[in-house]
Design a binder for this molecule. Structure first.
Ligand SMILES: NC(=O)c1ccc[n+]([C@@H]2O[C@H](COP(=O)([O-])OP(=O)(O)OC[C@H]3O[C@@H](n4cnc5c(N)ncnc54)[C@H](O)[C@@H]3O)[C@@H](O)[C@H]2O)c1
Length: 266
């Protein structure tokens, strides 16, 4: 197993955990937003193991910065990791998989790739990951290449995503301020995430999808139902809803009222 992460301490700890299970592990510190780093990861994989079979482009970050009045650096960061990271991953590993005649690529998007609601930076990059993976899948299928592709679109999963700013890259300057009201929203989201699915259960679903093989990995059918409502309103040409209730959160109207109350207090 090859593990890659920009957070070297977390990477070393994960590698130790996996190695303790008796798995042969290679840990490669990697910033996925940099093409050269991901190419080096692919080269290190090939050198150590001679092949790559299942490639998971999973790194992702979220920002609480305001997309329109906040600094552009927040866009550069989120687009760099969530979007360019996946592109670099596919481009670095696809030739290996095609060359060896088998393999599978799993790109982690989010339900936010089908249903905007987390914030413009995140929603936009996750929509892009869904689209590029769908395109990859159809290209592989239409050319008869023996490589599979899946896209993972979860709802809430119990991880450290809300503290993604811990990996804010120094080269982008100062970390952006949080947008007004984001503390209220992130408080609710943090609760939902803490009560969310475990990463291990999501990983099991991914493993099933690779084995079947299946393109869509939807760990949260209740979120897909909300996405379906959105697609129906698109088909009817209706303008986007100002407030959408999401599973695991209080009604959107309540969150909106809390934000207004906090504005009045200031
Ligand atoms: N947690 C959720 O509720 C949820 C829901 C939908 C989708 N996702 C997606 O799941 C994926 C994994 O996130 P998570 O929830 O486990 O969060 P997490 O913060 O626990 O894990 C993200 C990992 O990405 C790493 N990372 C950050 N920047 C990187 C970079 N430039 N290069 C390499 N690694 C980098 C972090 O160090 C961390 O280990 C992300 O793509 C996220 O958008 C999460």
């Amino acid at each position: 197993m090859v593990l890659a992460d920009v957070d070297e301490e977390a990477l070393a700890a994960a590698a130790e955990t996996v190695a303790a299970l008796g798995v042969d592990v290679l840990a490669v510190p990697t910033d996925v937003s940099r093409e050269s780093a991901v190419q080096a990861l692919a080269a290190a994989t090939l050198e150590r193991f001679g092949a790559a079979h299942v490639v998971c482009n999973n790194a992702g970050v979220v920002t609480l910065a305001d997309p329109w009045s906040g600094p552009l650096s927040a866009w550069e960061w989120v687009v760099g990791v969530n979007f360019w990271g996946v592109i670099h991953g596919v481009r670095a590993f696809l030739p290996l998989l095609v060359g060896q005649g088998e393999g599978h690529i799993v790109n982690t998007a989010s339900i936010a790739g089908l249903l905007p609601g987390i914030g413009a930076h995140y929603d936009a990059t996750k929509h892009a990951v869904v689209a590029l993976t769908e395109d990859l899948y159809t290209t592989l299928g239409s050319t008869g290449l023996p490589v599979g592709a899946s896209v993972l679109c979860p709802g809430w999963v119990r991880t450290g995503i809300l503290d993604a700013h811990r990996n804010w890259p120094a080269h982008l300057g100062e970390r952006p301020e949080e947008a007004f009201g984001s503390d209220i929203v992130s408080g609710h989201v943090r609760r939902a995430i803490d009560e969310g699915m475990t990463p291990a259960s999501v990983a099991d679903l991914v493993a099933d999808a690779v084995e079947e093989p299946r393109f869509w990995v939807f760990p949260h059918p209740d979120f897909v139902e909300v996405a379906e409502l959105r697609w129906r309103s698109i088909a009817e040409g209706r303008d986007p809803a100002l407030m959408t209730d999401l599973p695991g959160l209080p009604p959107a109207e309540q969150i909106f009222t809390e934000i207004l109350a906090s504005l009045e207090e200031q």
